[in-house]
Design a protein around this ligand. Structure first.
Ligand code: SAH
Length: 283
């Protein structure tokens, strides 16, 4: 059966998950505002020596059929992320490993390594690579890491097509990712199958209630924005843990970081973003 095709370009006015930041980082309520925002112009470009140039006839079948060499385009995407200010090498490496083109419709595969959000069905979008990298880097900042450099247990709200969950599975001991739309939950299950990631648990449910089964979490990351951070997320966050989530109203969303410390919560408001809405209930 042929898969439905999507418009190559998003219709204007459609929520562009994680749209490009348009406002400089500002901190509120922060006792000692952390220097969170990475400045692109002060970042050294990463060395790409470790990214081997693939030889044409060694490209596995899974990476063919895109009209391009996916390993090379992905390496280019990662290089641009580094040049754009993402300095967390583990995040860059995970984004070089996970094949984003496998998570979008075949018709959109040629655009998979552009820094753009793309439709994944049911009016939802896969976030821009830059936004995924930025948010996961924020989540990892200051987090306790194990001997393999991984965070502990992390909850993602809004699995969508499963791309960000797949990246997280390489960077965390355990990942719980919850999606409210059955159609996307099913799609994500199929999309992550090839990874055989025993530490990645996809759940169907209302993420506004968190996912108590895996709590407490060292990190919670949301791919959809509500007007406020649900109390359940704060309750299910371990002391020392961090929430990274878009919050606000429509076009007035900002990226919010909440740190749960022994002395209470610390909230930092970062750049403006535009994510699909956080909705309640399962559909
Ligand atoms: N991380 C995803 C991005 C998907 S867009 C990816 O990599 O593809 C955000 C997703 O959040 C949508 O699929 C939307 O259905 C989902 N969502 C919105 N509100 C939710 C809620 N309360 N619980 C779980 N998922 C939710």
């Amino acid at each position: 059966m042929s898969r439905p095709s999507f418009p190559a370009k998003l219709p204007s006015g459609m929520p562009q998950t994680g749209a490009k930041p348009s406002v400089a980082a500002k901190a509120t309520h922060a006792v000692t505002p952390k220097k969170i925002a990475a400045r692109a112009d002060s970042m050294p470009a990463i060395s790409l020596k470790s990214v081997k140039k693939p030889i044409k006839n060694q490209i596995p079948a899974s990476q063919q059929g895109m009209g391009m060499d996916s390993a090379a385009v992905r390496a280019r995407m990662v290089k641009l992320l580094a040049e754009g200010g993402i300095t967390d090498q583990a995040v860059l490496s995970a984004m070089n490993t996970i094949e984003r083109h496998r998570f979008v419709d075949t018709a959109l595969a040629p655009q998979a390594y552009e820094d753009t959000s793309l439709p994944i069905g049911l009016s939802q979008t896969i976030s821009k690579p830059n936004v995924v990298a930025r948010m996961i880097a924020l989540l990892r900042e200051g987090a306790a890491l194990d001997s393999q450099g991984r965070m502990g247990r992390v909850l993602e709200i809004g699995s969508g097509c499963g791309y960000q969950a797949a990246i997280l599975s390489l960077l965390c001991k355990e990942v719980y990712s919850i999606e409210r739309l059955r159609g996307l939950y099913d799609k994500a299950l199929v999309n992550i199958r090839h990874l055989k990631a025993a530490n990645l648990h996809l759940l169907l449910g209302d993420g506004m209630l968190g996912a108590p089964g895996g709590a407490p979490y060292s990190g919670i990351i949301a791919a959809a924005g509500g007007e406020a951070i649900p109390q359940a997320w704060v309750d299910q966050l371990a002391v020392g843990g961090r929430i990274v989530a878009p919050t606000g109203n429509g076009a007035a969303q900002s990226l919010i970081v909440i740190d749960k410390t022994a002395r209470g919560l610390k909230q930092t408001v970062l750049e403006s973003v535009l994510f699909v809405p956080l909705k309640s209930g399962v559909a």
